[in-house]
Design a protein around this ligand. Structure first.
Ligand SMILES: *Cc1c(COP(=O)(O)O)cnc(C)c1O
Length: 961
């Protein structure tokens, strides 16, 4: 007998990764197809996707590779990056991520797969972590109200400019920026200022505000502290003078320096901005890191981005939530304080935890050490005859070496160190948490100097000005004192993570947000030092692996979207929108069409669209949405005619925000083009299109995509994100670029929209790996199964809840909206009640009341398997029966499991006088006691928190009392 033989090539192929990324296997897909009424995936998508937009050809992408192969490829890319000692400074510094934070936050799906905390009852862990972050920033800056993160330091400074203009007394005038500000910050401010008609003046303010500028009127002033050169100056005189002129003053400050220096709030600043990167967050060749902004009390309600506040739950217990959401883009649209949606939550959590881990004493020691190294470095240089420019500095020394900067840089490079070339005669050297004595010796050698650390240490005083030493305390709250042992720190991280519901517990069916698998293989390279430890302004030769990965990802995304060129610089979808609209603006201006400033936006659009349009200097004109959920064609045509000569762009989401493939998109695009306008296709819903249709082919001129939706970057609890912008060739000259890395964009570009040349480069390996693992076929199949999943859920729920919109053949795209309004009207049970009751069933609610109030938008994604899809459908059906009981009067309309949801463990202990049982409260619909997710708090009173705004940990005396 011969043994059965399987060919080696088949065995080598193994299980394709696509089968792990896609939840339902072929058997489950067949069942789902039967429910939806189709024989195959191809038949389904042939019926769902309008012919006019379908791609004829398969994606031209390299074939799928296995996980082991992709890890090996990433390894070899990583090996082509060189990690040198990063003494460049300019806002990015070496830092040591405490391993307890690295593994238990950054590498922990309980933290990185969570969504933005819009359902606060199941987000108490990360909300507490963010409150720690806010407390840390508020304490260190000396300003009472800090937000929960911004995108980076450059954009935070630009937001401060916008805030100053909004709240300040001076209504015209210029925005005045000190010359010693980080060059990338100045550039980002320039990009943001131009379209909104703000004039930015950069001037040396070390001797005060020049009279000729004061005379022109100044609405805001930006100062860097310490300066980009490292210099520490007493800013009080400039701040005082600026206030006399009625200007709002922003100080961009280094948080580590603020452990030693008088904080901006005490110097009189109104706003502080900066980055928290050096608080344990790897540089990642530019990002992601959490930017910060803190403001004085009267500006709290105008703060851009998210703000965590304290409120109470239904039992009167303390609970956290996002505060003041009414000022955000999803409510205020074109009147919003900014377009920021996705921010940098995961990185803010890390930075806050770094402060929890080290406490005020630990942070001060780290700061003192960096400062000590800098003073010794300067003393050694001086002793060796090198001129050190400043007498007062924190961690950065500027040395004058007339005509020799290149030579010194080359000599340092030979010794494995990157320094900063300020100009041909000037070199900057920044010390940080990772600096050692050996580094000092190597830098001295590069300057041709020799020195003895011990002798210098004994002889050299500090270089911080006495009148600027910090006298106030900070981080007094117990959380910054209780977790000094690793055991305690580990348990604190675990305790917070356990309060939250993330993808590692169950599905998060959030429409428009695409909460799909973030595979471990995709995540692994993010924390390799060869990707994590690169400085964004390191010489390009040291980043060969990165640059290859970036180029390949750009090309592959261009292939997927049908565009000619992609920029990866925008570090969130909102920033991609801004970049895309700036390109449209620049294009029209280059054609002499300055008057083309009208941006048509359907009323159902995502709030960021309108907010971004305003930032790009456009005038928003809203187009009605019809009964069927499609853009109202008659209204669109009327608006196109009305604004024919001023039309800049139509911004439209495809598939629509209603989760439907509109059939007339091609005609719509043609109409806009015919009138001289451009078409912006918001690509956040690309998960319904990849491999099936390309926006660049069916009429779009420009789109942003969200790699944190379609391309597997985890949401991180509300960031990071990457929002690449893709354009057709005629817009390519106007993509973002960067002053410090010319290869990051076209010379004719609109300037940077992020502080770093390639934005959040550190997480691009995730999307690169996803595309490599799936190949063109796998990506297409993922789309098809995503469409199948949404239609399966729609079909199963349809007998119980009306499905609001459908497209061709009664099918939805990758998400579906169910309408609760008739039920609410009949029974009083609200969309909120259903969302909170889902928590009792062990689910994260779908998207609530977007794009239509009183509805739920469900997006299952391809990654959820049939068991989980069914568990969700059954929970929704069981909830429908519960609603019936309220409707019929079997349950009291104010005292029922829906209205009282979610139920905590505490709420079912002790006395029980409800008209339903404890089991019905906490174990409904087959919830297993052993697997129960227990929410930590009951329903939270949002309005109370907004009225009584508390945005930092309560002060110590509350605990003493
Ligand atoms: C998510 C989303 C955005 C905004 O993206 P962010 O990364 O959160 O800034 C814009 N448009 C649509 C349709 C979205 O779903």
């Amino acid at each position: 007998m011969t043994a059965h033989r399987i060919a080696l090539s088949d065995l080598e192929r193994g299980t394709p990764f696509a089968n792990r990324h896609i939840g339902p296997d072929s058997g489950a897909q067949a069942k789902m197809l039967a429910q939806v009424g189709f024989g195959s995936l191809d038949e389904l998508t042939a019926a769902a996707v309008p012919d006019a937009i379908k791609s004829a050809e398969a994606l031209r992408l390299p074939g799928a590779r296995g996980e082991a192969e992709v890890i090996a490829e990433l390894r070899s890319l990583a090996d082509r990056n060189q990690v040198l000692v990063p003494m460049i400074g300019l806002g990015y510094h070496g830092t040591f991520t405490p391993p307890v934070i690295l593994r238990n936050v950054l590498e922990n799906p309980a933290w990185y797969t969570a969504y933005t905390p819009y359902q606060p009852e199941i987000s108490q862990g990360r909300l507490e972590a963010l409150l720690n972050f806010q407390t840390m920033v508020a304490d260190l800056t000396g300003l009472p109200t800090s937000g929960a993160s911004l995108l980076d330091e450059g954009t935070a400074a630009a937001e401060a400019m916008a805030l100053s203009r909004r709240v300040g007394k001076v209504k015209d005038g210029v925005f005045l920026v000190d010359a010693d500000t980080l060059p990338q910050t100045v550039a980002v401010i320039g990009t943001r200022a131009e379209p909104t008609g703000v004039e930015v003046v950069v001037a040396d303010l070390s001797a005060g505000i020049p009279e000729e500028i004061a005379e022109r009127g100044v609405f805001g002033v930006l100062l860097q502290y310490p300066g980009a050169s490292g210099a520490v100056r007493d800013l009080r005189p400039v701040i005082e003078r600026a206030h006399e002129l009625g200007a709002v003053v922003t100080v961009a400050a280094d948080l580590l320096a603020l452990t030693l220096l008088t904080p901006p709030g005490e110097l009189g600043a109104d706003i502080a901005v900066g980055t928290t990167q050096r608080f344990g967050v790897p540089m990642g060749f530019g990002g992601p890191h959490a930017g910060y902004m803190a403001v004085r009390e009267q500006f709290a309600r105008s703060l851009p981005g998210r703000l965590v506040g304290v409120s109470v739950d239904a039992d009167g217990d303390k609970a956290y939530r996002l505060a003041l959401q009414t000022r955000e883009q999803h409510i205020r649209r074109e009147k919003a304080t900014s377009n920021i949606c996705t921010a940098q939550v995961l990185l803010a959590v890390m930075a806050g935890m770094y402060a929890v881990h080290h406490g005020p004493e630990g942070l001060t020691t780290i700061a003192r050490r960096a400062h000590r190294y800098a003073t010794l470095l300067a003393a050694g240089l001086r002793a060796g005859g090198v001129e050190v420019v400043h007498g007062a500095y924190f961690d950065t020394v500027t040395a004058r070496v007339p005509g020799r900067a290149d030579t010194v840089l080359a000599a340092a490079l030979e010794r494995g160190i990157n320094l900063r070339k300020a100009d041909a005669d000037t070199v900057g050297i920044a010390c940080d948490e990772t600096t050692t004595r050996e580094h000092l010796a190597a830098v001295w050698a590069a300057f041709g100097v020799e020195a003895d650390v011990e002798a210098l240490d004994a002889a050299t005083p500090d270089a911080l000005p006495g009148e600027l030493l910090r006298r106030s305390g900070f981080l007094a709250h117990p959380v910054f004192h209780q977790h000094r042992s690793e055991t305690s720190m580990l348990r604190y991280l675990r305790r917070l993570a356990d309060r939250d519901y993330a993808l590692d517990r169950g599905m998060i069916p959030l429409g428009s947000c695409t909460m799909k698998l973030n595979a471990t293989t995709e995540m692994e390279p993010v924390t390799w030092p060869e990707f994590g430890a690169l400085h964004p302004f390191a010489p390009e030769e040291q980043a060969a692996g990165y640059l290859t990965l970036i180029r390949e990802l750009e090309e592959r995304l261009a292939e997927v979207t049908g565009y000619d060129k992609v920029s990866l610089q925008p570090n969130a979808g909102s920033q991609g929108e801004l970049a895309g609209l700036l390109a449209v603006r620049a294009y029209h201006r280059a054609n002499g069409d300055e008057q083309r400033t009208v941006c048509l936006i359907p009323s159902s659009a995502h709030g960021t669209n309108a907010a971004s349009a305003v930032m790009a200097g456009m005038r928003v004109v809203v187009v009605r949405t019809g009964e069927d959920g499609e853009v109202d064609a008659a209204d669109l045509h009327a608006k196109i005619e009305q604004y024919r000569d001023e039309l800049a762009v139509l911004m439209v989401t495809y598939p629509s925000t209603h989760g439907v493939f509109e059939e007339h998109i091609g005609e719509i695009c043609a109409r806009v083009h015919e009138a001289g306008g451009q078409v912006y296709v918001d690509g956040a819903n690309l998960n319904a299109l990849v491999g099936l249709a390309k926006p660049g082919h069916f009429g779009g001129d420009v789109s942003h995509l969200n790699l944190h939706k379609t391309f597997c970057i985890p949401h991180g609890g509300g960031g990071p994100g990457v929002g690449p912008v893709g354009v057709r060739a005629h817009l390519a000259p106007y993509l973002p670029n960067h002053p410090l890395q010319p290869s990051a964009g076209p010379e004719t570009g609109v300037g940077p929209v992020s502080a770093a040349p390639w934005g959040s480069a550190g997480i691009l390996p995730i999307s690169w790996a996803y595309v490599r693992l799936m190949g063109g076929e796998g990506l297409k199949k993922a789309t098809q199964v995503a469409v199948l999943g949404a239609n399966y859920v729609a079909k199963r729920l349809e007998p119980h809840y009306p499905v609001l919109y459908t497209g061709p053949n009664g099918l939805v795209a990758h998400e579906c909206i169910i309408d609760l309004r008739p039920l609410t009207k009949a029974t009083g049970v609200t969309v909120d009640d259903v969302a909170k009751r889902l928590i009792d069933y062990g689910f994260h609610a779908p998207t609530m009341s977007f794009p239509v109030a009183g509805t739920l938008m469900i997006e299952p994604t391809e990654s959820e398997d049939l068991v989980e899809l069914d568990r969700f459908c059954e929970a929704m059906i069981a909830i429908r029966a519960e609603i019936e009981k309220v409707g019929s009067g079997a349950w009291d309309k104010d005292d029922n499991p829906l209205r009282n949801a979610p139920h905590t463990a505490a709420s079912v202990a002790g006395e029980w006088e409800r008209p339903y049982s404890r089991e019905e409260a906490v174990f409904p619909g087959g919830v297993q006691a052993a697997d129960k997710y227990w929410p930590p708090v009951r329903r939270i009173d949002g309005a109370f928190g907004d009225r009584n705004l508390v945005c930092s940990c309560p002060p110590l005396d509350e605990y003493e009392g």
